[in-house]
Design a protein around this ligand. Structure first.
Ligand SMILES: O=C(O)CCC(=O)C(=O)O
Ligand SMILES: [Fe+2]
Length: 263
Protein backbone atom coordinates (compact mmCIF):
# COMPACT_ATOMS: atom_id res chain seq x y z
CA UNK A 1 0.00 0.00 0.00
CA UNK A 2 2.80 2.38 0.88
CA UNK A 3 4.35 1.82 -2.50
CA UNK A 4 1.13 3.00 -4.10
CA UNK A 5 1.78 6.48 -2.83
CA UNK A 6 5.52 6.58 -2.81
CA UNK A 7 6.48 5.60 -6.31
CA UNK A 8 4.79 8.46 -8.19
CA UNK A 9 6.48 10.97 -5.90
CA UNK A 10 9.76 9.25 -6.29
CA UNK A 11 9.62 9.44 -10.08
CA UNK A 12 8.44 13.01 -9.85
CA UNK A 13 11.37 14.00 -7.66
CA UNK A 14 13.90 12.22 -9.85
CA UNK A 15 12.67 14.18 -12.84
CA UNK A 16 12.94 17.43 -10.93
CA UNK A 17 16.46 16.64 -9.88
CA UNK A 18 17.42 15.67 -13.41
CA UNK A 19 16.46 19.07 -14.78
CA UNK A 20 18.18 20.97 -12.01
CA UNK A 21 21.55 19.30 -11.99
CA UNK A 22 23.55 22.31 -13.24
CA UNK A 23 22.29 24.39 -10.38
CA UNK A 24 23.12 21.66 -7.87
CA UNK A 25 26.56 21.21 -9.36
CA UNK A 26 27.31 24.89 -8.74
CA UNK A 27 26.25 24.64 -5.10
CA UNK A 28 28.27 21.49 -4.60
CA UNK A 29 31.37 23.32 -5.84
CA UNK A 30 31.03 25.76 -2.94
CA UNK A 31 30.55 23.03 -0.31
CA UNK A 32 33.56 21.11 -1.57
CA UNK A 33 35.83 23.94 -0.57
CA UNK A 34 34.48 24.34 2.95
CA UNK A 35 37.24 23.09 5.24
CA UNK A 36 36.11 20.61 7.85
CA UNK A 37 38.89 21.48 10.28
CA UNK A 38 39.42 25.22 10.28
CA UNK A 39 40.88 25.42 13.74
CA UNK A 40 41.37 23.05 16.64
CA UNK A 41 38.03 21.90 17.93
CA UNK A 42 37.37 20.81 21.44
CA UNK A 43 35.82 17.40 20.93
CA UNK A 44 33.22 16.77 23.59
CA UNK A 45 32.73 13.21 24.74
CA UNK A 46 29.64 12.06 22.99
CA UNK A 47 29.44 8.63 24.57
CA UNK A 48 27.17 7.19 21.93
CA UNK A 49 26.28 3.53 21.58
CA UNK A 50 25.94 1.89 18.19
CA UNK A 51 23.53 -0.85 17.18
CA UNK A 52 24.04 -2.45 13.79
CA UNK A 53 20.64 -2.63 12.17
CA UNK A 54 21.52 -3.99 8.73
CA UNK A 55 24.61 -4.77 6.67
CA UNK A 56 23.08 -4.50 3.22
CA UNK A 57 22.23 -1.71 3.05
CA UNK A 58 24.51 -0.54 5.84
CA UNK A 59 22.26 0.95 8.52
CA UNK A 60 23.52 1.76 12.01
CA UNK A 61 21.36 3.06 14.82
CA UNK A 62 23.29 5.45 17.03
CA UNK A 63 21.97 5.96 20.53
CA UNK A 64 23.00 9.23 22.15
CA UNK A 65 24.76 10.66 19.11
CA UNK A 66 24.04 14.23 20.19
CA UNK A 67 23.61 15.35 23.77
CA UNK A 68 20.75 17.50 25.00
CA UNK A 69 22.84 20.64 25.24
CA UNK A 70 24.08 20.25 21.68
CA UNK A 71 20.54 19.57 20.43
CA UNK A 72 19.18 22.70 22.16
CA UNK A 73 22.05 24.75 20.83
CA UNK A 74 21.46 23.58 17.24
CA UNK A 75 17.76 24.37 17.58
CA UNK A 76 18.50 27.84 18.93
CA UNK A 77 20.87 28.53 16.03
CA UNK A 78 18.14 27.53 13.60
CA UNK A 79 15.21 29.10 15.41
CA UNK A 80 15.09 32.54 13.78
CA UNK A 81 15.95 31.24 10.35
CA UNK A 82 13.46 28.50 9.61
CA UNK A 83 11.95 28.66 6.15
CA UNK A 84 9.74 26.31 4.18
CA UNK A 85 11.79 23.31 3.05
CA UNK A 86 12.38 23.28 -0.66
CA UNK A 87 13.31 20.89 -3.41
CA UNK A 88 14.80 21.53 -6.80
CA UNK A 89 12.22 22.73 -9.28
CA UNK A 90 11.88 21.91 -12.97
CA UNK A 91 13.49 25.10 -14.24
CA UNK A 92 16.63 24.66 -12.20
CA UNK A 93 15.84 26.97 -9.33
CA UNK A 94 15.42 25.95 -5.75
CA UNK A 95 11.69 26.21 -5.37
CA UNK A 96 8.88 25.64 -2.98
CA UNK A 97 7.48 22.18 -2.93
CA UNK A 98 3.90 21.07 -2.76
CA UNK A 99 2.98 20.48 0.89
CA UNK A 100 1.52 17.16 -0.26
CA UNK A 101 5.06 15.94 -0.87
CA UNK A 102 6.92 17.75 1.85
CA UNK A 103 5.65 19.95 4.63
CA UNK A 104 8.46 21.07 6.90
CA UNK A 105 10.75 23.99 7.62
CA UNK A 106 14.52 24.01 7.60
CA UNK A 107 17.53 26.14 8.43
CA UNK A 108 21.29 25.76 8.12
CA UNK A 109 22.91 26.70 11.45
CA UNK A 110 25.94 28.98 11.47
CA UNK A 111 29.14 26.89 11.63
CA UNK A 112 30.11 27.62 15.19
CA UNK A 113 32.09 25.43 17.58
CA UNK A 114 29.19 23.07 18.31
CA UNK A 115 28.27 22.63 14.65
CA UNK A 116 31.88 21.85 13.77
CA UNK A 117 32.09 19.41 16.68
CA UNK A 118 29.06 17.56 15.33
CA UNK A 119 30.50 17.66 11.80
CA UNK A 120 33.76 16.21 13.11
CA UNK A 121 31.89 13.47 14.96
CA UNK A 122 30.11 12.41 11.77
CA UNK A 123 33.40 12.35 9.86
CA UNK A 124 35.20 10.34 12.56
CA UNK A 125 32.31 7.90 12.78
CA UNK A 126 32.78 7.03 9.13
CA UNK A 127 36.49 6.30 9.34
CA UNK A 128 38.21 9.66 9.86
CA UNK A 129 39.23 11.25 6.55
CA UNK A 130 37.48 8.79 4.28
CA UNK A 131 34.75 11.20 3.28
CA UNK A 132 34.57 13.84 0.57
CA UNK A 133 32.85 16.80 2.16
CA UNK A 134 29.73 17.57 4.13
CA UNK A 135 26.74 19.39 2.79
CA UNK A 136 25.89 22.27 5.16
CA UNK A 137 23.94 20.81 8.08
CA UNK A 138 20.17 21.22 7.92
CA UNK A 139 17.93 21.50 10.96
CA UNK A 140 14.45 20.34 9.99
CA UNK A 141 11.23 21.22 11.81
CA UNK A 142 7.84 19.55 11.43
CA UNK A 143 4.70 20.93 13.03
CA UNK A 144 1.23 19.37 13.11
CA UNK A 145 0.71 17.42 9.88
CA UNK A 146 4.33 17.97 8.80
CA UNK A 147 5.82 15.10 6.81
CA UNK A 148 8.12 14.20 3.94
CA UNK A 149 6.84 11.51 1.57
CA UNK A 150 8.90 8.53 0.47
CA UNK A 151 12.07 9.50 -1.33
CA UNK A 152 15.77 8.70 -1.67
CA UNK A 153 18.39 11.14 -0.39
CA UNK A 154 20.62 10.45 -3.38
CA UNK A 155 20.68 12.12 -6.76
CA UNK A 156 20.14 9.94 -9.85
CA UNK A 157 23.33 8.00 -10.51
CA UNK A 158 23.99 9.37 -14.01
CA UNK A 159 23.75 13.01 -12.92
CA UNK A 160 25.82 12.37 -9.83
CA UNK A 161 28.62 10.92 -11.97
CA UNK A 162 28.58 13.33 -14.85
CA UNK A 163 27.80 16.78 -13.53
CA UNK A 164 28.30 16.61 -9.78
CA UNK A 165 31.20 14.18 -9.58
CA UNK A 166 29.76 12.76 -6.43
CA UNK A 167 26.63 11.93 -4.56
CA UNK A 168 25.23 11.82 -1.07
CA UNK A 169 27.28 8.87 0.09
CA UNK A 170 25.66 8.68 3.52
CA UNK A 171 22.97 10.18 5.69
CA UNK A 172 22.81 10.84 9.40
CA UNK A 173 19.28 11.67 10.44
CA UNK A 174 19.43 12.85 14.04
CA UNK A 175 16.38 13.54 16.20
CA UNK A 176 16.94 16.76 18.12
CA UNK A 177 13.53 17.22 19.70
CA UNK A 178 10.43 15.06 19.64
CA UNK A 179 7.66 16.58 21.70
CA UNK A 180 5.26 14.91 19.35
CA UNK A 181 3.18 11.92 18.38
CA UNK A 182 3.72 10.42 14.95
CA UNK A 183 6.77 11.65 13.05
CA UNK A 184 8.65 8.36 12.82
CA UNK A 185 11.06 7.69 9.99
CA UNK A 186 9.70 4.89 7.81
CA UNK A 187 11.69 2.57 5.55
CA UNK A 188 9.10 0.52 3.64
CA UNK A 189 11.65 -1.92 2.16
CA UNK A 190 13.21 -2.96 5.48
CA UNK A 191 12.22 -6.16 7.25
CA UNK A 192 11.23 -5.72 10.89
CA UNK A 193 14.01 -6.82 13.25
CA UNK A 194 13.45 -10.11 15.03
CA UNK A 195 14.91 -9.19 18.41
CA UNK A 196 12.38 -7.45 20.66
CA UNK A 197 15.06 -5.17 22.04
CA UNK A 198 14.67 -3.13 18.84
CA UNK A 199 11.17 -2.20 20.00
CA UNK A 200 12.64 0.60 22.13
CA UNK A 201 13.79 2.29 18.90
CA UNK A 202 11.37 1.06 16.24
CA UNK A 203 7.59 0.87 16.23
CA UNK A 204 6.95 -2.85 16.72
CA UNK A 205 3.17 -2.40 16.48
CA UNK A 206 3.39 -1.49 12.83
CA UNK A 207 1.92 -3.95 10.31
CA UNK A 208 4.58 -6.08 8.62
CA UNK A 209 3.93 -4.59 5.14
CA UNK A 210 4.83 -1.12 6.39
CA UNK A 211 8.50 -2.02 6.75
CA UNK A 212 10.29 -0.40 9.67
CA UNK A 213 9.55 2.88 11.40
CA UNK A 214 12.13 4.37 13.73
CA UNK A 215 10.62 6.33 16.59
CA UNK A 216 11.74 9.93 16.99
CA UNK A 217 13.91 9.78 20.14
CA UNK A 218 15.88 12.95 20.91
CA UNK A 219 19.66 12.55 20.68
CA UNK A 220 19.51 9.33 18.68
CA UNK A 221 20.45 9.02 15.02
CA UNK A 222 19.99 6.68 12.10
CA UNK A 223 23.06 6.39 9.90
CA UNK A 224 22.83 4.78 6.50
CA UNK A 225 25.13 4.43 3.54
CA UNK A 226 23.20 5.44 0.45
CA UNK A 227 25.54 4.03 -2.19
CA UNK A 228 26.28 0.36 -2.72
CA UNK A 229 30.01 -0.33 -2.46
CA UNK A 230 29.77 -2.83 -5.35
CA UNK A 231 28.73 -0.40 -8.07
CA UNK A 232 28.31 2.93 -6.22
CA UNK A 233 24.72 3.26 -7.31
CA UNK A 234 21.99 4.30 -4.88
CA UNK A 235 20.75 1.35 -2.83
CA UNK A 236 17.12 0.71 -3.86
CA UNK A 237 16.03 -0.36 -0.36
CA UNK A 238 16.76 3.04 1.16
CA UNK A 239 13.47 4.59 0.25
CA UNK A 240 12.23 6.41 3.37
CA UNK A 241 9.84 9.03 4.63
CA UNK A 242 9.21 11.31 7.59
CA UNK A 243 5.73 10.22 8.70
CA UNK A 244 3.13 12.88 9.56
CA UNK A 245 3.40 14.52 12.97
CA UNK A 246 0.01 13.97 14.57
CA UNK A 247 0.58 16.34 17.51
CA UNK A 248 3.34 18.59 18.75
CA UNK A 249 6.66 19.37 17.07
CA UNK A 250 9.50 17.22 15.75
CA UNK A 251 12.92 18.68 15.02
CA UNK A 252 15.64 16.71 13.26
CA UNK A 253 19.06 17.25 11.76
CA UNK A 254 20.33 16.03 8.39
CA UNK A 255 24.03 15.49 7.84
CA UNK A 256 24.85 14.39 4.32
CA UNK A 257 28.34 13.25 3.51
CA UNK A 258 29.40 13.32 -0.12
CA UNK A 259 31.59 10.77 -1.82
CA UNK A 260 35.28 11.50 -1.99
CA UNK A 261 36.23 12.62 -5.52
CA UNK A 262 38.22 9.47 -6.21
CA UNK A 263 35.56 7.07 -4.96
O1 LIG B 1 11.91 13.41 9.05
C1 LIG B 1 12.36 12.29 8.88
O2 LIG B 1 12.12 11.37 9.66
C2 LIG B 1 13.21 12.01 7.66
C3 LIG B 1 13.63 13.25 6.92
C4 LIG B 1 14.30 12.96 5.62
O3 LIG B 1 14.28 11.87 5.14
C5 LIG B 1 15.01 14.02 4.87
O4 LIG B 1 15.00 15.17 5.32
O5 LIG B 1 15.62 13.71 3.83
FE1 LIG C 1 15.57 11.70 3.45
Amino acid sequence: MLFGVSIPFLLHESRILYHAHHRIARLVETWKHTPLNQSPIQIGRSGYTIHLFSLDPLVIYVEGFINEEEAQHLISLADDNFQQSEIWSNNGTVGTVSPEIRDSQWASPTRDEVVRRVEKRTVDFQGYGRVGFLEPLKVLKYELGGHYNHHYDTFPHREARTSMEGNRFSTFFVYLQANCTGGGTNFPCFSPPKDDRWCQFVDCDEPYEAGVTFRPIPGNAIYWQNLRPSDRTPHPDLLHSGLPVTSGVKIGLNVWTWTPEDW
